[in-house]
Design a binder for this molecule. Structure first.
Ligand SMILES: Nc1ncnc2c1ncn2[C@@H]1O[C@H](COP(=O)(O)OP(=O)(O)OP(=O)(O)O)[C@@H](O)[C@H]1O
Ligand SMILES: [Mg+2]
Length: 251
């Protein structure tokens, strides 16, 4: 049933939105995973996407990344876009710098690659082989690989899910700093409700193939978890995810 594939936003549309999805449907066999989904993300907006396991978050990112076109509906995204996955997906046979600049056109590719590595705190590690990098370092190389393309839209699929709690906190600060500097639109998939509230301007919940909740975070930054509005939004999101009772029982 492939009727329409991902297209680039152009002209005035590109100035108005980084993502525009209308009536997106994705079916695997008789399993309807995305069911007429609508989504608009503004330029520079940081949007977190929550949803139960198997709700279709990665499916949506794969479509927006251009890796899956067996869909129906309208799917438009900023021309310059990059995806960061849960695992860094570095090529083992090329060094950190080679991974960052892989496939990049232009004359001063190495200089740009070095600058991107420096931005993620990996200056001096250009010649490191992927196997010698820690999980956090490898994920920072993956972030540099996304950044060096100067994207208007960055999509991240549980990018910090495999990292320990301390590295995760550092990665949050790094991502926030990079977003302040480059102002891309961000679509950030996570399982972690607190991570979503800490980072995002707006939080979405994907349920039964559509966005069942779309709420602005509206909290000042930095966002203390003890803030009553933080707790209220956490409770609302956990309820929407159908796990509030479980979460309360565990604390
Ligand atoms: N290539 C495929 N063939 C058949 N079914 C698929 C395929 N890809 C995904 N699915 C199904 O689509 C549904 C959504 O999968 P998806 O990976 O998007 O979920 P998710 O929300 O990212 O889950 P998680 O939080 O566990 O990562 C699942 O039921 C999955 O089994
Ligand atoms: Mg997933």
């Amino acid at each position: 049933m492939a009727t329409r594939i991902l297209r680039d936003l152009t002209g005035a549309d590109e100035a108005a939105a980084a993502i525009r999805v209308r009536g997106l449907t994705r079916v695997f066999g008789d399993h309807v995973v995305l069911d007429g989904l609508d989504l608009t993300v503004a330029p520079g907006e940081f949007v977190a996407l929550l949803g139960r396991s198997g709700s279709g978050k990665s499916t949506l990112l794969r479509i927006l990344g251009g890796f899956d076109d067996e869909v129906s509906g309208e799917v438009l995204a900023a021309r310059r876009r990059a995806v960061v996955f849960q695992e860094p997906r570095l090529l083992p046979w090329t060094r950190a710098l080679g991974n960052v600049v892989l496939g990049l056109p232009g004359a001063d590719v190495d200089r740009r690659g070095r600058a991107a590595l420096a931005e993620v705190g990996l200056a001096g590690r250009e010649r490191s082989w992927p196997v010698t990098l820690s999980g956090g370092e490898a994920q920072r190389v993956a972030l540099a690989r996304a950044l060096v393309r100067e994207p208007d839209l960055v999509m991240l699929d549980e990018p910090f899910g495999a990292l320990d709690a301390l590295t995760r906190i550092r990665m949050h600060a790094l991502l926030q700093e990079l977003c302040r500097r480059h102002r891309p639109a961000v679509l950030f998939v996570t399982h972690d409700v607190d991570e979503a509230i800490l980072l995002a301007d707006r939080v979405l919940v994907l349920t039964d193939g559509r966005l069942s909740l779309d709420v602005p975070v509206g909290l000042p930054t930095p966002r203390p978890r003890a803030h009553p509005a933080f707790a209220a939004l956490r409770a609302r999101l956990l309820t929407e995810l159908g796990v509030r009772d479980l979460a309360e029982a565990a604390t």
